[in-house]
Design a protein around this ligand. Structure first.
Ligand SMILES: CCCCCC/C=C/C(=O)SCCNC(=O)CCNC(=O)[C@H](O)C(C)(C)COP(=O)(O)OP(=O)(O)OC[C@H]1O[C@@H](n2cnc3c(N)ncnc32)[C@H](O)[C@@H]1OP(=O)(O)O
Length: 392
């Protein structure tokens, strides 16, 4: 996520606008007429402008007009037609400069860019990730940039196992992301795992009221957690950077897009753990991959490779691990420039008719699991893991 001039420019000028405005700062050569008195300042302003945050269309038009005047002189091209809105706005801005001398236009361009630079707090530097990190999370790193809110599970030493605190923080982060100005939201993991699923030590923290109470509060937490995914209003993307286990796999059926590294695997060993499916997977998995393939995963705990998960429709696309981050984030940055309201509404159209059903399924899965957690099968499996007698 380190900054580069090219990336900032992409933020500055959405592609469509950039193409149609032919923004001066992006033109690859500087006309010879501009290369006299203030050539150095002008060239440096042309470079500097690429590093600024988007100053808005009005300022971009001013910059365009001054650039044209500085490099070509007064506007003498035919006026574009009334329906050619963007070219007409550009023409009007340039034409409004009348017979302003080239040198003055060049100087005005330099002054305008210098004013923009000093008023922009991030000026030419993209803040390092540590500075952009949203405060208040202990198990996550949450950042917002390029209209993307990234929620990264951050317990790499524990394979991003999900503690009660992490469930609560993910819910908070999703609620905040649903209201922030980002266009899309991403869930990913830090380190070599995406997530090893529920932290099995969640089961050891028994309250004075007893194990039944623990199972009851666990079921409420599970239900609330999955509800947040069902109701999330913006495009939600999983960037599966490594192996995924348990609940981190089942909720993928509630995401809009799932990108996976070819190192990722997908494993739901519920029977091994004396447990049963959650995350609405009892409904979404048979729907996505057909009942037979879903049964192999959810009943028999078959682990899928990323390629298999993609072939079965759970994963959208698989990337080589060596280029995974680069390819995925380039793609996501492009998607995040699409009109956010249109994306939200499209998601609603696709998902809304299923919402009621998904909530009912979530409630039922949570109720069944509450009972499972009290079973000997589950207790023994968890104890075996925690006493290091068993791994997946
Ligand atoms: C509100 C409650 C909702 C519950 C919903 C129901 C959810 C269900 C599920 O998610 S079921 C799936 C549960 N997950 C597992 O069973 C995975 C258990 N972990 C493993 O089998 C292995 O750790 C592994 C295969 C993921 C990785 O193996 P390996 O590469 O050999 O690493 P380590 O085992 O040494 O792990 C490193 C470190 O992390 C700890 N850890 C890993 N996963 C979990 C986990 N799920 N829960 C607790 N702790 C975990 C592991 O113990 C090691 O810790 P240590 O270094 O020993 O302190």
């Amino acid at each position: 996520m380190a900054g580069s001039a090219g990336r900032v420019v992409r933020r500055w000028y959405p592609n469509v606008l950039r193409r149609s405005l032919q923004v001066p700062a992006l033109q690859l050569h500087v006309s010879k007429t501009a290369m006299r008195a203030s050539q150095k300042d002008f060239e440096s302003a042309l470079s500097q402008v690429k590093l600024l945050k988007d100053p808005g269309n009005e300022v971009k038009l001013k910059l365009y007009a001054l650039y044209k005047q500085a490099t070509e002189g007064p506007c003498n091209t035919p006026k574009p037609g009334v329906f050619d809105l963007i070219n007409k706005a550009k023409w009007d801005a340039w034409n409004a400069l009348g017979s302003l001398p080239k040198e003055t236009a060049r100087q005005n361009y330099v002054d305008l860019v210098s004013g923009l630079s000093s008023s922009s707090d991030s000026s030419s530097q993209v803040k390092p990730e540590a500075d952009r990190k949203q405060p208040g999370y202990e198990t996550l790193v949450v950042t917002s940039e390029d209209s993307i809110t990234k929620i990264m599970m951050n317990r790499p030493a524990k394979k991003n196992a999900m503690t009660t605190q992490m469930y609560n923080e993910i819910m908070l982060a999703l609620k905040a992301a649903s209201k922030d100005d980002s266009a899309i939201t991403v869930l990913t993991g830090n380190g070599d795992y995406y997530s090893s699923g529920n932290d099995l030590s969640n089961f050891t923290d028994i309250p004075p009221e007893g194990i039944e109470e623990k199972a009851k509060s666990g079921a409420i937490l599970l239900r609330d957690f999955v509800d947040c995914f069902i109701d999330f209003p913006k495009p939600l993307i999983a960037v599966v950077n490594g192996p995924a286990v348990g609940i981190s796999v089942t909720i993928l059926g509630l995401f809009d897009t799932v990108y996976a590294s070819n190192r990722a695997t997908f494993h739901t060993p519920f029977s091994h753990l004396g447990q049963s499916p959650e995350g609405c997977s009892s409904y979404t998995f048979p729907k996505i991959m057909g009942p037979a393939k879903a049964a192999e995963m959810l009943i028999f705990g078959k682990k899928l490779t990323a390629a298999e998960a993609c072939a079965q429709g759970l994963v959208t696309e698989v990337f080589p691990d060596s280029t995974f981050q680069k390819e995925v984030w380039t793609r996501l940055k492009a998607y995040s420039k699409l009109p956010p309201n249109a994306m939200r509404i499209s998601k609603q159209v696709i998902r809304n008719r299923e919402k009621e059903k998904l909530h009912a399924i979530n409630a039922e899965e949570s109720r069944v699991l509450q009972e499972r957690w009290l079973s000997d099968e589950c207790t023994n499996a968890v104890m075996n893991f925690l006493t290091r007698k068993a791994k997946l």
